[in-house]
Ligand binder design. Structure first.
Ligand code: F6P
Length: 359
């Protein structure tokens, strides 16, 4: 007999349901008795005791379904130690609800912030298993997160569509891809869709270099250019400022423009006289059915999580490293971010074929 709790926290992504299905099928297939408690809307459900008991029926037919059957919310890690507006100690409340239900463990699906709280609960003595989700693929200690390749598909399709329009109209197009802190999604979607210029937070850009790249294409007879720009792309002159001034400069941009892409578009238009357009697929990138790769990854991670629960082996993230599913101690990875190394092979390969990174 096992009693497990489960929650999905932070921004949603594809394959959350597929992963939970993997865990529950992996347990139900190997246990005579299993009770699964789903906490609603992320840590909120665990804090306020909002849960429902789930049956195998809940996990049937959800391999392909986007979103999360449990709902989700953002509960910032930095506020976890602060009491809520009614003075409730959130960490104590989570522990109490865990113990009240006599759970054997809590399975937590989420990104970096979620992982930090998962580690805090582990330090507080709860049995935790973390499963790495995010379209950003920025979780340290795993080569891949589920959601990433599904989002790459959507961002790539968007840029593909823009490509034909850009070529017909001889325009410069900016497609803004999700990713405030890291550029994995922009890098992969940019390469996959044949973007001419890719701008990511890890490589601050020089506007003059971007204009150079556009003009170089013009000289060679291509009057259109596609830029794949991460939400968190940053101009070089601002990136070089001390933290406080950098924040101020970015806040000023945010006041004047809907996003960094619009500032970039305005600047390029002014300098070159070319016509620019900005397209933002936004939250579409997190939606819809998971791609086959994510369905396989989710099933493998979920199934392995079930094995750890059966073995009573807790306190880990279930990761994929060099193609093998393995456990990674939460204490070793929580709070660390997996950013794009500007010298990585993908970037060197992309530069060799002429893609500009604005540096
Ligand atoms: O972390 C996933 C992510 O989609 C980021 O790529 C994006 O910057 C952010 O979440 C958007 O957050 P929200 O859904 O709260 O607007």
């Amino acid at each position: 007999m096992k009693r497990i709790g489960m929650l999905t926290s932070g921004g949603d992504c594809q394959a959350l349901n597929a992963t939970m299905r993997g865990v529950v099928k992996g347990l139900a297939n190997n246990l005579d008795e299993l009770e699964v408690y789903g906490f609603m809307n992320g840590y909120k459900g665990l804090i306020y005791g909002d849960y429902r008991m789930l049956t195998s029926h809940d996990f049937s037919g959800i391999l392909t379904r986007g979103g999360t059957i449990l709902g989700t919310s953002r509960q910032p890690f930095k506020l976890m130690r602060e009491p809520d507006e009614k003075g409730l100690d959130k960490v104590e409340a989570m522990k109490q609800n865990y113990h009240k239900l006599r759970l054997d463990c809590l399975v937590i699906l989420g990104g970096n912030g979620t992982q930090k709280t998962a580690n805090l609960l582990r330090e507080e003595g709860l049995n935790i298993i973390h499963l790495p989700k995010t379209i950003d693929n920025d979780i340290y200690g795993t080569d891949m997160t589920f959601g990433f390749y599904s989002a790459v598909d959507i961002a790539t399709n968007t840029i593909d569509c823009i490509h034909t329009t850009a070529a017909s109209h001889n325009r410069v197009f900016i497609v803004e891809v999700m990713g405030h802190k890291v550029g994995w999604l922009t890098l992969y979607a940019g390469i996959a869709s044949g973007a001419d210029i890719i701008l990511i937070p890890e490589i601050p850009y020089d506007e003059a270099k971007i204009i150079e790249a556009i003009n170089r294409r013009k000289k060679r007879g291509s009057d259109f250019t596609i830029l794949a720009v991460a939400e968190g792309a940053i101009p070089k002159e601002i990136a070089e400022l001390p933290k406080k001034e950098r924040k101020k400069a970015m806040a000023e941009i945010a006041e004047r423009y809907p996003s960094i892409s619009y500032k970039l578009a305005a600047d390029i238009q002014k300098e070159t006289g070319m016509e620019l357009r900005v397209t933002i697929p936004g939250h579409m990138q997190r939606g819809g059915s998971p791609c086959p790769y994510d369905r396989v990854l989710a099933t493998r991670l979920g199934s392995e999580a079930a094995k750890y629960i059966l073995d009573e082996d807790y306190g880990n993230m279930v990761a994929i490293v060099d193609g093998k599913i393995k456990k990674v101690p939460l204490g070793e990875v929580a709070g660390r971010l997996k950013t794009v190394d500007p010298e990585c092979q993908e970037i060197r390969d992309a530069k060799r074929i002429g893609i500009s990174f604005g540096d």
